[in-house]
Write a protein that binds this ligand. Structure first.
Ligand code: NAP
Length: 461
């Protein structure tokens, strides 16, 4: 497919790019290394000023960047603009708090003085996905640059314009050349970067396959990685829940980003006594969703990012039906009533499947699109058991008004986060990451900025 912006709503190719040569990659790593030698000694206050400026640029140009993202990967324009604003927020958050997170931490011992000092590692490689083209990158870049590291970005091949824009924003904000570089390269050029001695660590957000490939390359070189991979988040609804709010939130939590979010709710696990009502309400809300041109302010669900995702999703829905699931709503891409201009777009209808056997193999897969699977469980024990019956462990949303139930849901669900009576979301102030095959390490918050630093113990007699 190559590196190209292709409008997913129309199929129109907007721009194509040639991948960098191996020599150009090596040149970029040189530049990064030379820059790091000075950048590591810049004052925190200076870095903070640059990052605040980046936040201001993002705020000022949010519509321009939002439109760029919508054209490249199809999310509704309002969501794209909100994403740019969230990037400004994470920049401001780290600009304001990095110094406090990375200050020397004195720990009294029997030494004259003992403390922990946090020092940058050097060049960090970031391999990022297309689904949140700005947010995924800024949530890496803001803490990494504040910590004194320099970054190299390999972005997904279908969002090259967003990738280039991010480097430009950081340069315009004042960061020196070489502090953050976007390399337009293919996935198979990543291994040479991670093998390069000058590159000290890597972070990847994406699929399990990509994560495993990067991490094994890094492992051979004894380099640290942070992996944010897939998810099949449970959304547990108990009889005691506020059902109306739970159903309304279920739709938002499944449909965010046209259904292509790692932390979208994907498995709806509902107590038997309320399952029929839940399903009925869910179908009614799905039927009211407006699918169409993501540039149109009325559109709630835009196209999926690539034709490949549509094919994969259609295949998964068919497999789910073959394995005993009932199609409750949607499922047929041809059933969508779209304008002529959108006929070549990657649209998939909001779809609901129910009553799949819990042990069906398809239940173990991530559905990356607007497809909800609804399951019935008799009680809390079964709900928790089934919530955990997944190779993934990213987030979980659970709905109950019973304190004992809430306590057990918090304690017993195996996931990087549990949101009670609320949908899973990321917030710069809170750590974000997964367990099991959803990956390891944390982004955001105080935890995130400490992933790519040397935590140096100092003992002075
Ligand atoms: P993907 O194919 O893994 O792509 C992600 C990035 O990895 C792209 O830049 C891609 O480059 C690169 N890549 C692919 N194969 C690689 C390899 N063997 N070595 C090195 N880099 C490689 O992921 P996707 O399917 O587009 O994205 C969706 C996945 O990301 C879902 O599973 C989703 O749940 C996950 N995700 C997780 C989080 C989280 O925070 N946990 C957030 C968002 C998305 P090319 O584009 O050039 O192939």
């Amino acid at each position: 497919m190559g590196i190209a912006s292709i409008n997913p709503a129309t199929g129109e190719t907007l721009k194509t790019f040639e991948p960098l040569s191996d020599a150009a990659i090596s040149g970029a790593i040189d530049r990064a290394q030379q820059t790091f030698e000075q950048y590591r000694d810049t004052e925190m206050a200076q870095r903070s000023q640059w990052l605040h400026r980046a936040a201001q640029i993002l705020t000022d140009k949010r519509e321009q960047y939002g439109k760029m993202m919508t054209l490249e990967m199809g999310k509704p324009l309002a969501a794209a603009i909100a994403e740019v604003e969230k990037c400004a927020l994470v920049c401001r958050y780290y600009a304001d708090h990095a110094a406090e997170f990375l200050n020397d931490r004195v720990i009294p011992t029997d030494a004259g003085k003992s403390f922990v000092r946090y020092q940058p590692l050097g060049i960090i490689l970031a391999v990022m996905p297309w689904n949140f083209p700005f947010w995924q990158v800024f949530r890496f870049a803001a803490p990494a640059l504040m910590a004194g590291n320099v970054g190299i970005l390999k972005h997904a091949s279908n969002v090259p314009q967003s990738a280039l824009a991010i480097e430009e924003i950081l340069l315009e904000a004042g960061f020196p050349q070489g502090v953050f570089q976007t390399l337009l390269i293919s996935a198979d050029q990543v291994s040479q970067i991670i093998a390069d001695d000058r590159v000290k660590a890597a972070t990847l957000t994406g699929s399990e396959g990509a994560g495993a490939s990067l991490a094994s390359g890094a492992g051979k070189q004894i380099k640290k990685t942070v992996l944010e991979l897939g998810g099949s988040d449970p959304f547990v609804v108990m009889e005691s829940a506020d059902l109306e709010t739970a159903v309304a939130t279920a739709v938002t939590a499944r449909m965010i980003n046209n259904g292509q979010s790692c932390i979208a709710a994907k498995r709806f696990i509902v107590q038997e006594s309320i399952a029929d009502v839940f399903l009925e309400k869910l179908v009614a809300r799905y039927a009211a969703l407006r699918v169409g041109d993501p540039m149109d302010a009325n559109t709630e669900i835009g196209p999926l990012a690539t034709p490949g995702i549509v094919h994969e999703l259609a295949h998964q829905v068919q497999t789910a039906i073959d394995q005993g699931g009932t199609l409750r709503y949607g499922g047929e891409p041809d059933s969508l009533k779209l304008n002529e201009s959108l006929k070549r777009g990657n649209f998939f209808p909001p779809t609901i499947l129910s009553d799949l056997p819990i042990d069906a193999s398809i239940v173990q897969e991530e559905f990356f699109g607007p497809v909800a699977m609804v399951f019935r469980v008799p009680d809390l024990d079964a709900a928790i058991r089934f919530a955990n019956h997944s190779p993934f462990g990213l987030g979980a949303s659970a709905w109950s008004q019973n304190p004992q139930e809430i306590d057990r849901l918090i304690n017993e669900i195996e996931a990087g986060s549990v949101f009670i009576n609320s949908m899973v979301k990321s917030d710069p102030r809170l750590p974000f990451g997964g367990t099991k095959r959803s990956g390891y390490g944390r982004e955001l918050s105080e935890e995130g900025i400490r992933e790519f630093v040397n935590i140096k113990t100092v003992w002075v007699k």
